[in-house]
Write a protein that binds this ligand. Structure first.
Ligand SMILES: C[S@@+](CC[C@H](N)C(=O)[O-])C[C@H]1O[C@@H](n2cnc3c(N)ncnc32)[C@H](O)[C@@H]1O
Length: 419
Protein backbone atom coordinates (compact mmCIF):
# COMPACT_ATOMS: atom_id res chain seq x y z
CA UNK A 1 0.00 0.00 0.00
CA UNK A 2 2.83 2.44 0.86
CA UNK A 3 4.27 3.95 -2.34
CA UNK A 4 7.86 3.13 -1.22
CA UNK A 5 6.95 -0.48 -0.38
CA UNK A 6 7.87 -0.25 3.33
CA UNK A 7 5.50 -2.36 5.43
CA UNK A 8 7.41 -3.12 8.68
CA UNK A 9 7.93 -0.73 11.60
CA UNK A 10 11.43 -0.61 13.15
CA UNK A 11 9.93 0.51 16.51
CA UNK A 12 9.64 -1.79 19.55
CA UNK A 13 6.09 -2.15 20.88
CA UNK A 14 7.17 -0.78 24.29
CA UNK A 15 7.25 2.69 22.70
CA UNK A 16 3.45 2.66 22.59
CA UNK A 17 3.18 2.27 26.36
CA UNK A 18 5.91 4.70 27.43
CA UNK A 19 5.05 8.30 28.30
CA UNK A 20 5.91 10.46 25.32
CA UNK A 21 8.39 12.76 27.08
CA UNK A 22 8.48 12.40 30.86
CA UNK A 23 11.74 14.39 31.09
CA UNK A 24 10.04 17.49 29.72
CA UNK A 25 7.23 17.55 32.25
CA UNK A 26 9.00 19.09 35.23
CA UNK A 27 10.17 22.15 33.26
CA UNK A 28 6.78 22.54 31.65
CA UNK A 29 5.07 22.51 35.06
CA UNK A 30 7.42 25.26 36.31
CA UNK A 31 6.88 27.38 33.19
CA UNK A 32 3.15 26.90 33.48
CA UNK A 33 3.06 27.84 37.16
CA UNK A 34 5.07 31.03 36.55
CA UNK A 35 3.02 31.94 33.48
CA UNK A 36 -0.29 31.38 35.22
CA UNK A 37 0.82 33.62 38.11
CA UNK A 38 1.67 36.37 35.61
CA UNK A 39 -1.60 35.87 33.73
CA UNK A 40 -3.68 36.05 36.90
CA UNK A 41 -1.76 39.05 38.23
CA UNK A 42 -2.73 40.86 35.00
CA UNK A 43 -6.40 39.99 35.48
CA UNK A 44 -6.30 37.31 32.76
CA UNK A 45 -6.27 39.98 30.05
CA UNK A 46 -3.09 39.00 28.18
CA UNK A 47 -4.54 36.76 25.49
CA UNK A 48 -1.20 35.96 23.85
CA UNK A 49 0.16 34.74 27.17
CA UNK A 50 -3.01 32.73 27.80
CA UNK A 51 -2.63 31.04 24.39
CA UNK A 52 1.08 30.35 25.00
CA UNK A 53 0.17 28.71 28.29
CA UNK A 54 -2.54 26.59 26.71
CA UNK A 55 0.10 25.26 24.27
CA UNK A 56 2.41 24.44 27.19
CA UNK A 57 -0.48 22.71 28.98
CA UNK A 58 -1.15 20.69 25.81
CA UNK A 59 2.55 19.75 25.60
CA UNK A 60 2.48 18.74 29.26
CA UNK A 61 -0.52 16.48 28.70
CA UNK A 62 1.06 14.88 25.62
CA UNK A 63 4.35 14.41 27.47
CA UNK A 64 2.58 12.45 30.20
CA UNK A 65 0.40 10.36 27.91
CA UNK A 66 1.57 7.16 26.30
CA UNK A 67 1.20 6.95 22.51
CA UNK A 68 -1.39 4.22 23.03
CA UNK A 69 -3.48 6.57 25.15
CA UNK A 70 -3.07 9.43 22.72
CA UNK A 71 -4.26 7.27 19.85
CA UNK A 72 -7.23 5.93 21.83
CA UNK A 73 -8.08 9.55 22.64
CA UNK A 74 -8.12 10.37 18.92
CA UNK A 75 -9.91 7.32 17.60
CA UNK A 76 -12.46 6.70 20.36
CA UNK A 77 -12.70 9.62 22.72
CA UNK A 78 -12.63 12.65 20.45
CA UNK A 79 -14.68 11.20 17.62
CA UNK A 80 -17.24 9.90 20.16
CA UNK A 81 -17.34 13.21 22.02
CA UNK A 82 -17.92 15.08 18.75
CA UNK A 83 -20.85 12.80 17.94
CA UNK A 84 -22.26 13.26 21.45
CA UNK A 85 -21.91 17.05 21.30
CA UNK A 86 -23.65 17.22 17.89
CA UNK A 87 -26.44 15.04 19.25
CA UNK A 88 -26.86 17.50 22.14
CA UNK A 89 -26.98 20.45 19.74
CA UNK A 90 -29.54 18.75 17.53
CA UNK A 91 -31.95 17.75 20.32
CA UNK A 92 -31.60 21.00 22.28
CA UNK A 93 -29.79 19.45 25.28
CA UNK A 94 -27.27 22.26 25.70
CA UNK A 95 -29.92 24.95 25.62
CA UNK A 96 -31.94 23.06 28.25
CA UNK A 97 -28.92 22.60 30.54
CA UNK A 98 -28.06 26.29 30.20
CA UNK A 99 -31.67 27.25 30.94
CA UNK A 100 -31.62 25.16 34.13
CA UNK A 101 -28.69 27.22 35.41
CA UNK A 102 -25.50 26.32 37.23
CA UNK A 103 -27.05 23.75 39.59
CA UNK A 104 -26.48 19.96 39.37
CA UNK A 105 -29.00 18.37 36.97
CA UNK A 106 -30.05 14.74 36.88
CA UNK A 107 -30.19 12.67 33.72
CA UNK A 108 -33.83 11.80 34.49
CA UNK A 109 -34.80 15.46 34.77
CA UNK A 110 -32.94 16.41 31.59
CA UNK A 111 -34.26 13.44 29.61
CA UNK A 112 -37.84 14.35 30.41
CA UNK A 113 -37.29 18.07 29.78
CA UNK A 114 -35.66 17.47 26.37
CA UNK A 115 -37.75 14.44 25.37
CA UNK A 116 -34.96 11.89 24.86
CA UNK A 117 -34.16 8.39 26.11
CA UNK A 118 -32.61 8.64 29.60
CA UNK A 119 -30.45 5.52 29.06
CA UNK A 120 -28.90 7.06 25.98
CA UNK A 121 -28.46 10.48 27.60
CA UNK A 122 -26.73 8.87 30.59
CA UNK A 123 -24.16 7.21 28.32
CA UNK A 124 -23.46 10.32 26.29
CA UNK A 125 -23.06 12.58 29.34
CA UNK A 126 -20.88 10.00 31.09
CA UNK A 127 -18.42 10.12 28.19
CA UNK A 128 -18.46 13.92 27.97
CA UNK A 129 -17.77 14.09 31.72
CA UNK A 130 -14.97 11.52 31.39
CA UNK A 131 -13.42 13.80 28.76
CA UNK A 132 -13.75 16.84 31.05
CA UNK A 133 -16.36 18.76 29.04
CA UNK A 134 -19.14 18.66 31.67
CA UNK A 135 -18.82 18.22 35.46
CA UNK A 136 -20.10 15.03 37.09
CA UNK A 137 -21.63 15.82 40.50
CA UNK A 138 -22.99 12.36 41.38
CA UNK A 139 -24.42 9.20 39.80
CA UNK A 140 -26.18 10.33 36.58
CA UNK A 141 -25.96 13.96 37.67
CA UNK A 142 -24.05 16.77 35.97
CA UNK A 143 -23.33 20.47 36.26
CA UNK A 144 -22.70 22.76 33.26
CA UNK A 145 -19.27 24.17 32.45
CA UNK A 146 -18.44 27.30 30.50
CA UNK A 147 -17.98 24.98 27.52
CA UNK A 148 -21.41 23.34 27.67
CA UNK A 149 -23.00 26.74 28.24
CA UNK A 150 -21.30 28.02 25.08
CA UNK A 151 -22.67 25.05 23.14
CA UNK A 152 -26.14 26.49 23.75
CA UNK A 153 -25.19 29.43 21.49
CA UNK A 154 -26.08 28.68 17.86
CA UNK A 155 -22.90 30.37 16.68
CA UNK A 156 -20.85 27.78 18.60
CA UNK A 157 -23.03 24.65 18.68
CA UNK A 158 -24.19 24.68 15.05
CA UNK A 159 -20.59 24.31 13.85
CA UNK A 160 -20.61 20.68 15.04
CA UNK A 161 -23.57 19.90 12.79
CA UNK A 162 -22.24 21.86 9.81
CA UNK A 163 -18.71 20.53 9.85
CA UNK A 164 -17.64 17.28 11.51
CA UNK A 165 -21.07 15.71 11.63
CA UNK A 166 -22.02 16.57 8.04
CA UNK A 167 -18.73 16.54 6.20
CA UNK A 168 -16.31 14.66 8.47
CA UNK A 169 -16.05 11.84 5.94
CA UNK A 170 -13.86 14.21 3.93
CA UNK A 171 -11.22 14.06 6.67
CA UNK A 172 -11.71 10.44 7.66
CA UNK A 173 -11.57 9.07 4.11
CA UNK A 174 -8.83 11.41 2.91
CA UNK A 175 -6.19 8.66 2.92
CA UNK A 176 -8.26 6.49 0.60
CA UNK A 177 -9.30 9.38 -1.67
CA UNK A 178 -5.68 10.48 -1.96
CA UNK A 179 -4.21 6.99 -2.38
CA UNK A 180 -6.50 6.47 -5.36
CA UNK A 181 -5.09 9.67 -6.83
CA UNK A 182 -1.44 8.68 -6.48
CA UNK A 183 -0.61 10.58 -3.25
CA UNK A 184 -0.60 13.97 -5.00
CA UNK A 185 -1.57 17.33 -3.52
CA UNK A 186 -5.20 17.72 -4.66
CA UNK A 187 -6.07 20.88 -6.62
CA UNK A 188 -9.28 20.00 -8.44
CA UNK A 189 -12.36 21.74 -7.00
CA UNK A 190 -14.55 19.18 -8.78
CA UNK A 191 -12.76 16.21 -7.22
CA UNK A 192 -12.60 16.58 -3.44
CA UNK A 193 -12.33 14.18 -0.54
CA UNK A 194 -15.69 15.50 0.68
CA UNK A 195 -17.29 14.50 -2.63
CA UNK A 196 -15.57 11.11 -2.58
CA UNK A 197 -16.55 10.28 1.00
CA UNK A 198 -20.11 11.60 0.87
CA UNK A 199 -20.86 10.44 -2.66
CA UNK A 200 -21.85 13.88 -3.96
CA UNK A 201 -20.76 16.12 -6.81
CA UNK A 202 -21.65 19.30 -4.86
CA UNK A 203 -19.25 21.71 -3.17
CA UNK A 204 -19.53 22.02 0.61
CA UNK A 205 -21.90 25.00 0.47
CA UNK A 206 -24.39 23.36 -1.91
CA UNK A 207 -24.02 20.04 -0.07
CA UNK A 208 -24.89 21.61 3.29
CA UNK A 209 -27.79 23.57 1.78
CA UNK A 210 -29.11 20.28 0.39
CA UNK A 211 -28.96 18.69 3.86
CA UNK A 212 -30.77 21.67 5.38
CA UNK A 213 -27.66 22.79 7.27
CA UNK A 214 -26.82 25.98 5.36
CA UNK A 215 -27.85 28.16 8.30
CA UNK A 216 -25.71 26.04 10.63
CA UNK A 217 -22.70 26.85 8.49
CA UNK A 218 -23.55 30.57 8.44
CA UNK A 219 -23.81 30.47 12.23
CA UNK A 220 -20.38 28.85 12.37
CA UNK A 221 -19.04 31.72 10.25
CA UNK A 222 -20.50 34.15 12.79
CA UNK A 223 -19.03 32.14 15.66
CA UNK A 224 -15.44 31.43 14.70
CA UNK A 225 -14.61 35.13 14.34
CA UNK A 226 -15.54 35.94 17.96
CA UNK A 227 -12.72 37.24 20.12
CA UNK A 228 -10.45 37.98 17.14
CA UNK A 229 -9.28 41.44 16.13
CA UNK A 230 -11.23 42.52 13.01
CA UNK A 231 -9.32 44.35 10.26
CA UNK A 232 -11.42 47.51 10.65
CA UNK A 233 -10.45 47.90 14.35
CA UNK A 234 -7.99 50.64 15.35
CA UNK A 235 -4.36 49.51 15.04
CA UNK A 236 -4.98 47.00 12.23
CA UNK A 237 -5.85 48.60 8.86
CA UNK A 238 -6.18 52.42 8.68
CA UNK A 239 -9.72 52.53 7.31
CA UNK A 240 -10.07 56.32 7.32
CA UNK A 241 -6.78 57.07 5.56
CA UNK A 242 -6.88 54.17 3.07
CA UNK A 243 -10.61 53.95 2.25
CA UNK A 244 -12.83 56.75 3.50
CA UNK A 245 -10.58 59.72 2.73
CA UNK A 246 -10.33 58.80 -0.94
CA UNK A 247 -14.04 58.09 -1.48
CA UNK A 248 -15.33 59.85 -4.59
CA UNK A 249 -18.48 61.63 -3.37
CA UNK A 250 -19.62 62.80 -6.80
CA UNK A 251 -22.39 60.21 -7.38
CA UNK A 252 -23.91 57.78 -4.84
CA UNK A 253 -20.56 56.10 -4.10
CA UNK A 254 -20.11 52.50 -2.96
CA UNK A 255 -17.59 52.27 -0.13
CA UNK A 256 -17.41 48.51 0.33
CA UNK A 257 -18.70 45.41 -1.47
CA UNK A 258 -18.43 42.27 0.68
CA UNK A 259 -18.32 39.41 -1.85
CA UNK A 260 -19.30 36.03 -0.38
CA UNK A 261 -20.09 37.92 2.83
CA UNK A 262 -22.43 35.28 4.27
CA UNK A 263 -25.19 36.86 6.38
CA UNK A 264 -23.35 40.17 6.74
CA UNK A 265 -21.33 39.85 9.95
CA UNK A 266 -18.28 41.68 8.55
CA UNK A 267 -20.29 44.64 7.26
CA UNK A 268 -22.29 44.72 10.52
CA UNK A 269 -18.99 44.90 12.38
CA UNK A 270 -17.77 47.61 10.00
CA UNK A 271 -20.78 49.78 10.89
CA UNK A 272 -19.93 49.38 14.59
CA UNK A 273 -16.44 50.76 14.09
CA UNK A 274 -17.23 53.24 11.27
CA UNK A 275 -20.94 54.00 11.62
CA UNK A 276 -20.57 57.49 10.18
CA UNK A 277 -18.52 56.47 7.12
CA UNK A 278 -20.17 57.74 3.91
CA UNK A 279 -20.98 55.52 0.93
CA UNK A 280 -22.96 52.35 0.35
CA UNK A 281 -22.15 49.00 1.92
CA UNK A 282 -23.17 46.08 -0.30
CA UNK A 283 -23.40 42.47 0.84
CA UNK A 284 -23.19 39.79 -1.86
CA UNK A 285 -23.65 36.03 -1.52
CA UNK A 286 -25.51 33.19 -3.19
CA UNK A 287 -29.35 33.43 -3.20
CA UNK A 288 -29.69 30.61 -0.64
CA UNK A 289 -27.62 32.63 1.85
CA UNK A 290 -29.09 36.07 1.15
CA UNK A 291 -32.66 34.79 1.55
CA UNK A 292 -31.75 33.37 4.97
CA UNK A 293 -30.85 36.79 6.39
CA UNK A 294 -33.32 37.81 9.10
CA UNK A 295 -31.93 41.06 10.52
CA UNK A 296 -29.59 43.35 8.68
CA UNK A 297 -28.45 46.86 9.50
CA UNK A 298 -30.45 49.11 7.10
CA UNK A 299 -27.17 50.69 5.96
CA UNK A 300 -26.27 47.39 4.28
CA UNK A 301 -27.75 46.49 0.89
CA UNK A 302 -28.06 42.71 0.38
CA UNK A 303 -27.55 41.43 -3.17
CA UNK A 304 -27.76 37.93 -4.64
CA UNK A 305 -24.61 37.31 -6.63
CA UNK A 306 -22.52 34.40 -7.86
CA UNK A 307 -18.84 35.36 -7.83
CA UNK A 308 -18.19 33.25 -10.92
CA UNK A 309 -20.21 35.76 -12.95
CA UNK A 310 -19.74 39.42 -13.95
CA UNK A 311 -19.51 41.74 -10.92
CA UNK A 312 -22.55 44.07 -11.23
CA UNK A 313 -21.15 46.78 -8.90
CA UNK A 314 -18.57 48.70 -10.91
CA UNK A 315 -15.96 51.13 -9.60
CA UNK A 316 -16.54 50.63 -5.86
CA UNK A 317 -13.97 52.14 -3.51
CA UNK A 318 -13.24 48.65 -2.19
CA UNK A 319 -14.19 45.04 -2.85
CA UNK A 320 -13.72 42.69 0.06
CA UNK A 321 -13.24 38.91 0.14
CA UNK A 322 -13.07 37.22 3.54
CA UNK A 323 -12.32 33.49 3.81
CA UNK A 324 -13.56 32.90 0.27
CA UNK A 325 -10.39 32.36 -1.76
CA UNK A 326 -9.12 29.74 0.70
CA UNK A 327 -12.12 27.60 -0.28
CA UNK A 328 -10.86 27.24 -3.82
CA UNK A 329 -7.76 26.04 -5.66
CA UNK A 330 -5.77 28.62 -7.62
CA UNK A 331 -7.52 28.00 -10.95
CA UNK A 332 -10.93 28.89 -9.46
CA UNK A 333 -9.50 31.83 -7.47
CA UNK A 334 -8.07 33.25 -10.70
CA UNK A 335 -11.55 33.23 -12.20
CA UNK A 336 -13.10 34.87 -9.08
CA UNK A 337 -10.36 37.52 -9.06
CA UNK A 338 -10.81 38.22 -12.78
CA UNK A 339 -14.44 39.23 -12.08
CA UNK A 340 -13.35 41.67 -9.38
CA UNK A 341 -10.51 43.01 -11.48
CA UNK A 342 -12.86 43.77 -14.38
CA UNK A 343 -15.08 45.87 -12.07
CA UNK A 344 -12.25 47.85 -10.41
CA UNK A 345 -11.61 51.48 -11.38
CA UNK A 346 -7.91 52.18 -12.07
CA UNK A 347 -6.20 54.36 -9.47
CA UNK A 348 -9.27 54.25 -7.21
CA UNK A 349 -10.65 50.80 -6.39
CA UNK A 350 -9.00 48.46 -3.93
CA UNK A 351 -9.46 44.77 -3.31
CA UNK A 352 -9.14 43.76 0.34
CA UNK A 353 -8.46 40.08 0.88
CA UNK A 354 -8.90 38.96 4.49
CA UNK A 355 -7.14 35.61 4.77
CA UNK A 356 -4.48 33.73 6.68
CA UNK A 357 -0.91 34.24 5.56
CA UNK A 358 0.82 31.11 6.87
CA UNK A 359 4.38 31.81 8.06
CA UNK A 360 7.22 29.60 6.81
CA UNK A 361 7.74 28.16 10.32
CA UNK A 362 5.68 28.09 13.50
CA UNK A 363 2.20 27.97 11.92
CA UNK A 364 -0.51 28.58 14.51
CA UNK A 365 -2.65 25.47 15.08
CA UNK A 366 -5.92 27.14 14.10
CA UNK A 367 -4.45 28.18 10.73
CA UNK A 368 -2.96 24.76 10.02
CA UNK A 369 -6.26 23.15 11.10
CA UNK A 370 -8.08 25.37 8.63
CA UNK A 371 -5.60 24.29 5.97
CA UNK A 372 -6.56 20.67 6.69
CA UNK A 373 -10.23 21.61 6.36
CA UNK A 374 -9.58 23.30 3.02
CA UNK A 375 -7.49 20.37 1.80
CA UNK A 376 -9.96 17.67 2.79
CA UNK A 377 -13.24 19.39 1.96
CA UNK A 378 -12.36 21.59 -1.01
CA UNK A 379 -9.00 20.40 -2.49
CA UNK A 380 -7.98 24.00 -1.62
CA UNK A 381 -5.59 25.58 0.89
CA UNK A 382 -4.52 28.25 3.34
CA UNK A 383 -1.76 30.23 1.62
CA UNK A 384 1.74 31.39 2.50
CA UNK A 385 2.99 34.85 1.54
CA UNK A 386 4.68 33.35 -1.54
CA UNK A 387 1.40 31.61 -2.49
CA UNK A 388 -0.47 34.93 -2.25
CA UNK A 389 2.04 36.80 -4.41
CA UNK A 390 1.91 34.00 -6.96
CA UNK A 391 -1.89 33.98 -7.10
CA UNK A 392 -2.56 37.71 -6.93
CA UNK A 393 0.34 39.15 -8.92
CA UNK A 394 1.54 36.45 -11.32
CA UNK A 395 -1.74 34.62 -11.98
CA UNK A 396 -4.40 37.33 -11.53
CA UNK A 397 -2.32 40.30 -12.74
CA UNK A 398 -3.10 42.49 -9.72
CA UNK A 399 -0.70 44.27 -7.37
CA UNK A 400 -0.25 43.71 -3.63
CA UNK A 401 0.20 47.13 -2.01
CA UNK A 402 0.72 45.83 1.52
CA UNK A 403 -0.08 42.88 3.75
CA UNK A 404 -1.50 44.16 7.05
CA UNK A 405 -1.00 41.60 9.80
CA UNK A 406 -3.58 40.99 12.49
CA UNK A 407 -1.21 38.98 14.70
CA UNK A 408 -0.81 35.29 15.41
CA UNK A 409 -3.55 33.10 14.01
CA UNK A 410 -5.63 36.06 12.82
CA UNK A 411 -6.33 36.60 9.12
CA UNK A 412 -4.23 39.35 7.54
CA UNK A 413 -5.66 42.03 5.29
CA UNK A 414 -4.03 41.95 1.86
CA UNK A 415 -4.45 45.35 0.21
CA UNK A 416 -4.56 44.95 -3.56
CA UNK A 417 -4.87 47.40 -6.46
CA UNK A 418 -4.81 47.32 -10.23
CA UNK A 419 -1.17 47.45 -11.42
C1 LIG B 1 -16.09 30.39 4.23
S1 LIG B 1 -17.49 31.32 3.90
C2 LIG B 1 -16.97 32.95 4.33
C3 LIG B 1 -18.13 33.85 4.65
C4 LIG B 1 -17.75 35.24 5.11
N1 LIG B 1 -17.01 35.99 4.12
C5 LIG B 1 -16.97 35.17 6.40
O1 LIG B 1 -15.76 35.35 6.39
O2 LIG B 1 -17.57 34.88 7.43
C6 LIG B 1 -17.54 31.39 2.16
C7 LIG B 1 -18.75 32.12 1.61
O3 LIG B 1 -18.69 32.07 0.17
C8 LIG B 1 -20.01 31.95 -0.29
N2 LIG B 1 -19.99 31.44 -1.66
C9 LIG B 1 -19.69 30.18 -2.08
N3 LIG B 1 -19.79 30.10 -3.40
C10 LIG B 1 -20.17 31.33 -3.84
C11 LIG B 1 -20.43 31.87 -5.12
N4 LIG B 1 -20.34 31.13 -6.22
N5 LIG B 1 -20.78 33.17 -5.20
C12 LIG B 1 -20.89 33.94 -4.08
N6 LIG B 1 -20.65 33.48 -2.83
C13 LIG B 1 -20.30 32.18 -2.72
C14 LIG B 1 -20.64 30.99 0.71
O4 LIG B 1 -22.05 31.03 0.64
C15 LIG B 1 -20.07 31.51 2.02
O5 LIG B 1 -20.89 32.49 2.59
Amino acid sequence: MAPNGVSESPVDVSAATTAMNLQATSDLVKQLAAGIDALTAGGGKDDTLRQDLSIKARDLMLSLETPRETSIKHIWAETGATGAISWGVDCGLWKQIARNGDRPQSVQELASQVGVDSLLLARLLRHLAACGFITETGPDEYKPTNFTKSLSLDIIGDAYIALPSSSGGGQLKFHEFNRKRGWKNPTDAHDTSLQYAHNTDKDLFAYLQGLGYGQHFNNHMRGYRQGRLPWMAPGFFPVKERLIDGLDMSEDPVLLVDIGGSVGHDLEEFTKYHGDAPGKLILQDLPAVITEIKDLNPRITPMEYDFHTEQPVKGARAYYLHSCLHDWPDSVCESILSRVKAAMKPGYSKLLINENVIPSTGAWWESSALDMTMLMLFSAKERTEADWYDLIERAAGLKIVKIWSGGRGVESLIEVELP
